[in-house]
Write a protein that binds this ligand. Sequence first.
Ligand code: ASP
Ligand code: MG
Length: 418
Amino acid sequence: MKVFKFGGASVKDAAGVINTTSIICKEPEQLIVVVSAMGKTTDALVEVTKNYFNDRIDEAVQGIISSREYHLKIANELFADGNEKLERSLYEEFDALLKRVNIPPSLNYDFEYDQIVSTGEMVSTEILASYLNHVGKITKWIDAGHYIRTNDTWREGEIDWELTRKLLPQAIQFNENSVCLTQGFIGATTFNLTTTLGREGSDYTAAVIANVMDAESVTIWKDVPGIMNADPHQYARTFKLEKLSYREAVEMTYYGAKVIHPKTMKPLVEKQIPLYVRSFLHPEEEGSMICNIDHPMEYIPVVISKGDQILITISPKDFSFIAEESIANIYRLFSKFRMKVNLVQQSAMNFSLAIDRPERDFDQMIRELSEHFVAHYNDGLELLTIRYFTPEAVAESTNGRTIFVEQRTRKIVRFLLK
Ligand code: ASP
Ligand code: MG
């Protein structure tokens, strides 16, 4: 049994659903298919949540209706003669959201977020499963909330492995089906409340399922030919990395390579399950393979870019040095606000950190920091990591740009730049 994961870009319109279906239909083996929300649906539903939580109900309603129209349009294009059952089910999903935003929100933004945003995956899987069945590929639609069990860390649910190991094999029953299809990114607590696993978390769902079901491989279908040594949209000459070790892949995702969610590797390494990254635009091509190889990859420079960074520079209010105790306090605060720290630099009077632009609470965190320290920040920066760097690769990436921070080790150089 294999696991296939399709991201939002692969099912962003009717043509995408048809293409995804043809990739699935070519697979002779039993298949578990994990699907994300269509196109930019998750972003749109995050906006709905923010509007709802901030008492902008008209905007929230408008967002829900646009999302409903977008999904209905795709369904209508797929089913020339209509599909009443699917249509009804799409209306039900969005009606539930409309009802939700008409009552006052709970006091917990993260909880509301999970209840609303998870709708994207529910409707994308309903549409794809209906279409697969329509073309004769018998597909079982499975609700991830019934077996991916998590704790109640809203927006970043942690897998309850024991429960998930017990429930998942009961849900994945092939019988006469050749495909079991389910949502990425979502789970549920023991009280059946929906949780999500963190943005772009569908890859992680695929890895969790592969681990529990002892799948023979996982394939992530993307709009790039595989794992590249640099972003082809930004660099003229890029190469596909044919084979990578798990370790190399973890390093790359840690530094911000967007091809795979960073949590994906661990469940796969544990069971030594290979991961393929392939292009849904060219499914006949081989893509990249991540597996258990010892030898390091060939030493060509690998450029990894992480955008939307904020550099926060913290200094003491008096002339005391930034010492261990202060740093521990700073980290405690960052952890409380769930900020992701990507780079750290320390000098006698300054402690600087680069973080991902958080979805919310940034101003509040700066206020709390400012109670004890002087805090400044620079916005809109890019964190660039070059592994196995060469002078040419460094020049190509940094020429003409303002460098805020630079860090070098033997094999890796990192820049925070504008
Ligand atoms: N739809 C979710 C997101 O956009 C999960 C995913 O795409 O993996 O973050
Ligand atoms: Mg997505």
